[in-house]
Design a protein around this ligand. Structure first.
Ligand code: SF4
Ligand code: ZN
Length: 420
């Protein structure tokens, strides 16, 4: 018999009302900042004999040992064991940490993996909040929400900078790399099924993401492996199996089974979608896309803007302006929301010629995706350093300057067929 844990034993409140709470610099007792020092959060699957249920350890200095307002290292590892546990579930649990920790009154969490930031307020610490309470919350929530697969759970919290550095390099990064590598070897052709995700229907009622190995959900947080794990953890939940046996049009990636699924999960609002086209039956967008890709008619290409980008694009629209015409769960040919990871995919608007169509991206985004995007361009078209041909805001914010730059670089989009 498994008991649901309803009461979390911590000295401050725990409720979703605190999720949006901001802790300002002056109000913070301590900050753990993965962008400055070594930090990470990790779930690891262990044998049942290796886990002592509800053991929570803080290894290293406590909050009071650190200077008030200082930036420190932290690493917390949640070790789980259970007969039905699979390592593919680890990232699904990890992604929940953000919401779990944010629900603590006086604690703020951002990021994931080794780019986390955790702030604890002076008020929370004055009320008795210590680091082991983070462990209590993670323990209680994991045991509660994932009781179908987690029989035992223990938490280790490290605060010595040397431990955090060593464990980050020896344990966490190899674990994250292994997960990424696993996904990289999967292609849309190599799997038998795709998955739907309808998590966003709460605010975008007709929106359905079709998640494939080479096309992750547009929020960037749901890969095919994540969707598969979500489905196995909760068979009646947001991710359902979609078969792909009846291909209608290989060029745009249209399947009868996918259309049927989309019709069903959108309650009839959507008729048909393609997986690989932005012009013909493109997938819908809710509101939480990491990026928006939009047609740029003067160059026969597309521009991409990411959410973090606050400037102007050569389309004469900012990201929020593009977002207002792309979201809402309707199909808008020529505009599409997508995840950052999709940019380097061989399936990125394959129907229109693929990544060769990309003519502009904000500089920071371009730098983030450069390595993978250049590798794809080399493999598909034999182009070296493709991103050198792609404009950014330091080169052009209007179509004329952009086209002049693309002409000088002999960008392939200029000689491709018009997109419309
Ligand atoms: Fe699911 Fe992400 Fe798509 Fe929302 S945007 S439906 S969370 S995959
Ligand atoms: Zn969404």
């Amino acid at each position: 018999i498994k008991l649901k844990i309803t009461n979390i034993d911590i000295p401050v409140a725990f409720a979703s009302a605190f999720e949006g709470e901001i802790i300002r610099r002056g109000d913070m007792q301590i900050e753990f900042d993965g962008s400055r020092v070594d930090c990470f959060e990790l779930v690891q699957t262990k044998e049942l004999s290796e886990v002592e249920d509800h053991k929570i350890e803080v290894i290293g200095p406590k909050i009071d040992d650190f200077e008030v307002g200082s930036k420190q290292s932290i690493a917390y590892i949640v070790e789980v064991a259970g007969k039905n546990m699979q390592s593919d579930f680890e990232p699904v649990f990890e992604r929940k940490f953000h919401s779990y920790i944010n629900c603590i009154e006086g604690v703020m969490h951002t990021g994931q993996r080794d780019m986390i930031r955790v702030r604890i307020s002076k008020d929370a610490h004055a009320a008795g909040f210590e680091l082991e309470h983070i462990g209590e919350v993670l323990y209680a929530k994991i045991k509660n929400e994932f009781d179908a697969v987690v029989d035992k759970c223990q938490v280790k919290i490290y605060t010595n900078p040397e431990d955090c550095t060593k464990l980050r390099h020896e344990l966490a990064i190899p674990a994250f790399d292994k997960r990424d590598a696993r996904l990289l070897t999967l292609t849309d052709e190599s799997v038998d099924v795709y998955y739907s995700c309808i998590l966003c229907q709460a605010f975008s009622p007709s929106h359905v993401c079709v998640v494939t190995p080479e096309r992750l959900g547009l929020c960037g947080a749901v890969s095919w492996l994540d969707a598969k794990a979500t489905n196995e953890l909760d068979p009646a939940g947001p991710c359902q199996v979609i078969t792909k046996e009846k291909c209608i049009d290989e060029r745009i990636g249209e399947y009868e089974d996918v259309n049927e699924a989309v019709r069903k999960f959108s309650q009839g609002a959507l008729e048909d979608v393609s997986l690989y086209s932005i012009m013909e039956k493109p997938m819908t967008s809710c509101g939480c896309f990491e990026c928006i890709c939009g047609i740029e008619p003067f160059s026969n290409g597309v521009i991409i803007a990411n959410r973090e980008y606050s400037g102007m694009t050569p389309l004469g629209m900012t990201f929020p302006e593009l977002a207002s015409m792309t979201g809402g769960g309707v199909q808008t040919p020529g505009f599409m929301g997508h995840g950052k990871h999709f940019i380097a995919s061989k399936k990125f608007m394959k129907a229109e010629g693929g990544i060769e169509r990309i003519v502009w991206m904000p500089k920071e985004l371009k730098e983030t995706v450069a390595e993978r995007l250049n590798a794809t361009a080399k493999e598909l078209y034999g182009i070296d350093n493709f991103t050198d041909m792609v404009g950014d805001e330091t080169i052009a914010e209007d179509p004329e300057t952009l086209v002049a730059f693309l002409t000088e670089k002999n960008h392939p989009a200029l000689s491709m067929d018009p997109m419309m």
